[in-house]
Design a protein around this ligand. Structure first.
Ligand SMILES: *[C@@H]1O[C@H](CO)[C@@H](O)[C@H](O)[C@H]1NC(C)=O
Length: 185
């Protein structure tokens, strides 16, 4: 009987511990270096709030999502992102959205959003040529984006080619080619 109640106690503790996990809220910006001297300035994790008495419907309004982005670029797509910088009402709401336009055979290159996850609805139209349109909802007011190929081959300063050769099992010429192709201007 003693063994059973001991087991029951352990089980209850184990169950309870899953409800007490605590964590810091996700940061809204890339860095926020702490300072000890508060006189050197005040910076906020996020944006200041407008006086609620001055808030109007316009603060939650964005126009222009009906306008297609220009897809005449190397990847054949264009992302129109509406984040907190474009729509101030999104501040603290943890959400943003994007319109994606695709030329025929265009694509949105592999990427991640460091501060949010993404849900996508995709439409395809045939207007003489097949073009695509998608809307993305993102779980952050400022999700950020890291495009893998640019981050790997176009970083500044560049990643040592020897590392890329081994990591991606590529020929030296291929790495040099890719680093040139993705070098920022
Ligand atoms: C996306 O479209 C806008 C509006 O046409 C244009 O200003 C911008 O340069 C385009 N971006 C890319 C990456 O092609």
């Amino acid at each position: 009987m003693k063994g059973v109640s001991f087991l029951a106690t352990v089980a209850i503790l184990a169950l309870a511990s899953s409800f007490v996990s605590a964590y810091d809220p996700s940061p809204l910006q890339d860095f926020c270096v702490a300072i000890n001297d508060i006189k050197s300035g005040v910076f906020l994790n996020g944006k200041f709030c407008k006086d609620p008495a001055m808030v109007s419907a316009n603060d939650f309004f964005f126009s222009g999502l009906n306008i297609p982005g220009n897809t005449g670029n190397k990847v054949g797509s264009n992302v129109t992102l509406v984040n907190v910088d474009k729509l101030a009402g999104l501040n603290t709401l943890g959400i943003s959205l994007a319109r994606l336009d695709f030329a025929p055979y265009g694509l949105n290159p592999p990427h991640t959003h460091p501060r949010g996850t993404e849900g996508l609805i995709h439409f395809q139209f045939n207007i003489g040529k097949t073009v695509g349109l998608a809307f993305a909802g993102l779980s952050s007011q400022n999700p950020g984006v890291i495009t893998i190929a640019n981050a790997v081959f176009g970083s500044v300063p560049p990643i040592n080619p020897d590392v890329l050769i081994k990591a991606f099992q590529l020929d030296k010429n291929v790495v040099e080619y890719l680093q040139k192709a993705f070098a920022p201007n």
